[in-house]
Design a protein around this ligand. Structure first.
Ligand SMILES: [Zn+2]
Length: 218
């Protein structure tokens, strides 16, 4: 037994530490270790440098993994999703949630020009956009009239590309000629959803125009 070379024992040591050797080999190594200082040192180093046996490694890893994975995926996944959702919600709210700028006499003024086109002037603060229709033939009180609808909208940030940092400044007056306005009989200001009137018929023209403000009539 004592003739076994140290090199052989040291070759066996990793397996011995991993506890994957037969009982006979184990006994052999144990006996050698008791008598050989060199191999003892080698063995000590192996066990001291956090040498985790393969089997334990696996279970430890699995344990850590199980705990981590479930909690981590739920927590991190959850918070990433929540964060993304909140960012998107805030972003949409700030840039895309549109509110109508309410009408007042000094907000939006229409004047007929000599060539019968309609000249519009907007005196309000910076806005996020205009909703405007081309003239539409609508029956009002039994009379066919050509009307245009218009309203301005604002968002918290207003236009993302301009006026971002000066949303409270007046930009006016903004001036333009209404599209195809020579034939327009009346212009209404107010929020409108033409889909409701024309396609789904949830609202009649009378109902819609009652909610709007007549701001100009020929
Ligand atoms: Zn030895």
């Amino acid at each position: 037994m004592k003739e076994i070379k140290c090199t052989i024992i040291q070759d066996l040591l990793p397996l011995y530490v991993d506890d994957v050797v037969s009982e006979d080999t184990k006994e052999l190594v144990r006996q050698h270790l008791q008598t050989c200082q060199a191999c003892q040192k080698e063995h000590q180093q192996m066990t001291q440098t956090l040498y985790i046996p393969i089997e334990n490694k696996v279970t430890l890893f699995e344990k850590v993994n199980k705990k981590w994975n479930r909690k981590k995926i739920i927590l991190i996944g959850g918070s990433i999703f929540t964060t993304l959702f909140l960012c998107l919600a805030v972003f949409s709210y700030v840039f895309y949630y549109q509110k109508m700028i309410p009408y007042s006499n000094d907000l939006f003024v229409i004047k007929e020009q000599d060539d019968q086109t309609l000249f519009a002037e907007y005196f309000g603060k910076s806005h996020a956009g205009t909703h405007m229709t081309h003239p539409m033939k609508v029956e009002i009180d039994g009379e066919m009239k050509n009307i245009s609808l218009v309203y301005y909208v604002e968002t918290i940030a207003n236009s993302p590309t301009r006026n971002f940092l000066r949303e409270d400044e007046s930009i006016g007056p903004e001036q333009f000629t209404l599209p195809d306005s020579k034939t327009v009989d009346a212009v209404y200001y107010g929020k409108f959803d033409l889909e409701k009137v024309i396609i789904t018929k949830e609202q009649t023209w009378e109902e819609l125009l009652q909610e709007m403000t007549l701001i100009w009539e020929r």
